[in-house]
Design a protein around this ligand. Structure first.
Ligand SMILES: Cc1cc2nc3c(=O)[nH]c(=O)nc-3n(C[C@H](O)[C@H](O)[C@H](O)COP(=O)(O)O)c2cc1C
Length: 435
């Protein structure tokens, strides 16, 4: 369906996903071989910077710049962690990559760990991903047998171990500072940034490179085929492709690799086969539940970091959730407010209490017990809590409610006036795909 020429990550391989021979046949581990032979971290960093690769874990930070910070840190002990914590509703692309292309990720991890000179390297894997873990463990076994991982890799005298760390399975544990805390046996709670950026103060208080699964999976082919090849697709400031997790009201939900900058409409209509049962798009979350929804009139928006930010929303980790016109937007807002309340780690009072209040008020309105004053209260709470907290969870919870009230205030008011949910109970199924 998609042109294979533009694929950077999901190009078909021969045989089973963990089969190293199929991967090697298509140039697998060649970049790793070159990096080890060359032994020049600056060359790797320069190529990554030229490629313009930006982190696929949510923030879109330039990958080469991050690697540079760790490589040239004044402290000698460095660590490397691949973030495979993925637990956001509607995002499932990392587990797909791990399960179906584990060697690509392994090669990216090996290059990252070697380049920063990590004394320890881990893959923090959401423990709920059993099939992905199985695939990754088999791939690691094969890589060890073939001498690309472990002692004396590729006969170079370099020893490089990579450990799978069984992660938490909670949303906040995917935030990098919370992840590093939980890896050290402490509660998975984010730290204040600044000053606790992992590049300065990470695992055991040492400089630590943290990258997302998809980000790392891009690295081998960028080094092998060159930054220009990577930049052939996508806009100048968001080059390359991205994996879009498509869920909600579409005929064909799934993971789709598309050039960044592809219009939202193409993903929903061409890849997702449109909305089922002749229904229409009512709203779309282009970057998961933490970023504002867009309406059906905005489906020609290009999906890349800068265009979506300019449109008042964000790409996040590209978990695209489609909501159809049969859905009650108060019920939809409630389902996600419940998610935010349940996933708040409770460390920051504004988040712990704010998410509870937001959920309770939206529930009150959805069940027909709300007042017009409650709508104003909701907006007031959003104003109080937005931007507070050590991570962005509470801001996401507030943006959801503010945005829902901005686009669908009439539905909230209908609930108040009628004293009940005006939508048919069978039609009002919110689009939330968790896990
Ligand atoms: C609440 C929250 C959850 C997050 N979950 C994940 C996650 O599951 N996986 C991930 O890679 N990044 C996640 N992030 C972003 C990470 O903190 C971090 O920016 C990312 O791992 C850096 O990698 P990248 O530069 O390759 O994107 C999360 C951030 C927040 C605020």
């Amino acid at each position: 369906m998609e042109q294979t020429a533009s694929l950077r990550l999901l190009a078909p391989l021969d045989g089973e996903p963990w089969d190293i021979d199929g991967y090697i046949k298509h140039g697998g581990y060649e970049a790793w071989r070159q990096v080890v032979r060359d032994g020049n971290p600056d060359r790797v960093i320069d190529e990554l910077k030229r490629s313009g690769l930006r982190g696929r874990g949510g923030a879109g930070f330039p990958t080469g710049v991050k690697w540079d910070k760790v490589v040239h840190h004044r402290l000698p002990d460095r660590y490397f962690v691949c973030n495979a914590g993925e637990h956001e509703p509607g995002t499932f692309k990392d587990r797909y990559l791990i399960q179906h292309h584990p060697h690509r990720l392994l090669e990216g991890c090996l290059i990252a760990a070697f380049t920063v000179g990590a004394r320890e390297s881990h893959i923090y894997l959401n423990a709920e991903f059993r099939e992905a873990r199985h695939s990754l463990a088999r791939a690691m076994e094969q890589a060890r047998v073939r001498g690309v991982l472990g002692n004396n890799v590729l006969g170079s005298g370099v020893d490089l171990e990579l450990e799978i760390f069984d992660g938490h399975g909670s949303y906040v544990a995917g935030e990098e500072t919370a992840m590093l805390e939980s890896m050290q046996g402490r509660p998975a709670q984010p730290k204040a940034k600044p000053p606790f950026y992992p590049t300065d103060f990470g695992l055991h208080g040492k400089p630590t490179l943290v990258n997302n699964v998809e980000t790392l999976s891009h690295v081998p082919s960028i080094l092998l085929k060159g930054s220009q090849w990577f930049r052939e697709v996508g806009p100048e400031h968001s080059p390359g492709t991205m994996l879009f997790s498509l869920s909600g009201a579409v005929n064909h939900p799934g993971v789709y690799e598309l050039p960044l900058g592809t219009p939202l409409r193409h993903l929903i209509e061409e890849c997702g086969g449109g909305v089922p049962s002749g229904r229409m798009v009512k709203a779309v979350f282009p970057g998961g539940p933490s970023f504002a929804m867009v309406g059906p009139e905005e489906l020609d928006l290009p999906m890349d970091f800068d265009s979506l930010k300019k449109a008042g929303t964000g790409l996040g980790s590209a978990g695209v959730i489609v909501v159809d016109d049969a859905t009650c937007m108060v019920a939809q807002t409630l389902a996600l407010s419940t998610f935010f309340r349940e996933e708040s780690c409770g460390q920051c009072p504004s988040c712990r209490i704010g998410t509870q209040h937001l959920e309770a008020l939206v529930a009150k309105i959805e069940t027909g017990n709300g007042t017009h004053g409650d709508l104003e209260k909701l907006l007031q709470i959003c104003g109080f809590v937005k931007g507070t907290g050590y991570c962005t969870l509470v801001t996401g919870a507030a943006v959801l409610v503010q945005n829902s009230l901005r686009l669908f205030r009439h539905e909230f008011e209908d609930h108040v006036v009628k004293g009940a949910c005006p939508f048919s109970p069978t039609a009002a199924k919110p689009a939330v795909a968790i896990g």
